[in-house]
Design a protein around this ligand. Sequence first.
Ligand SMILES: Cc1ncc(COP(=O)(O)O)c(C=O)c1O
Length: 423
Amino acid sequence: MSEHPFFFTWSAQRDARGVNITGGRGAWFTTDDGGRWLDMASLVYQANLGHGHPRMIEAVKRQADTLCLTMPSAVYPAKTALANKLLALAPKGFSKVFFTLGGAEANENALKIARMATGRTKAISRFRSYHGATMGALSLSGDYRRPPLEPGIPGVVHALDCYCDRCPFGQTLDRCKIECADHIDQLMTLDGPNTFAAVFLEPVPGANGVLVPPPDYWPRVRAACDRHGTLLVADEVLTGFGRTGRWFGFEHYGVTPDMITLGKGLTGGYGTLGAVLVHERVAAHFEDRPLLAGLTHYAHPLGCAAGVEAIAVYEDEGLIDRAAALEPALLGGLEQIRRRHPALVAFTRGQGLLAALELKLDKGQWAALQRGLDARRILTHPKPSTNMLVLSPPLCIDQDELQLGLDGVEAALIEASTDTPAA
Ligand SMILES: Cc1ncc(COP(=O)(O)O)c(C=O)c1O
């Protein structure tokens, strides 16, 4: 048996590599062996504000001193303030917030709300997607994590992806007719008209390789949803709060979804909180009908206080604009790496401070890459099963730190490519 008294997630326990994290500051975190790691991942995409942020720590302490214990029906300043702030950030017409403990539950509850509001049961999501680990959210997820745990909830149909570098419809960018959007439209016709409650999309699928859609993709899906009376849910758990250089990823595409699900950057990781932002045309359904959803820790005061302060920090430190401003440094740096190593890097993609290198490494080289990154103490999101390395540094990172991270990735990549397995 492994030495730890708790389970590690998503891994065989014997293979799990624990990280003895002790604290950190800005884009860096520390470990108990005296190590200092450059966080090119924002831990698991949530540490947008960076590590050890004094204002965040203070805000949580202040709330702990004031009010910690509540119940779902309780009303208190942090809950009201956060809901108001979120609605102010959302597009015009959003009128209610449903709080959850994290991203998966946000998607679970968005699906329930969509079912109740439309009277329909089915949903569409995509294969290269991740919407969370709870049973409903996992059923929506399309990636490798779902099949081993099936059967999930019935009624989820998966669509092909907007994976432009390897278009599932065999197109090249210059001939692209955005068949991936029309495919969703066709599914809503062919798999039962008037049966689909919602389409769930990550604005830019993140963990599955940063698949930035063509500009017209979202408007086409929006129009298809309108034609079919189906709600459009933007899963902004990963992309929300500046990750793509805007408050929300869908803002790049000029559309308004019907619901927006949030987690991760909502508190920057300083509180366990998620949320569903609901447009008034959906929220209105519940004025006279019961909303059959709720959790013991609904809108926990510590999470709400962290959310209020996080939004203030994003604003005061100009972190959303900063992510947009650093995009050229991140994407340009990755593109240079690709040009210098065409035999190792197939494609680079990204938006804001979310980017991926699509690599051409074999299994042994991936192990060597991981060793090289660990030796340099650089945290990334390695995805050996899809040959992708995803980067998502904290939005407070500076240009020198970013370059340091890119240099480290390139050095580890070169090392990995020359790695020959021990005889
Ligand atoms: C797009 C997206 N949705 C939902 C989730 C699930 O969030 P959580 O792990 O907070 O439940 C994730 C987590 O990585 C995510 O990337």
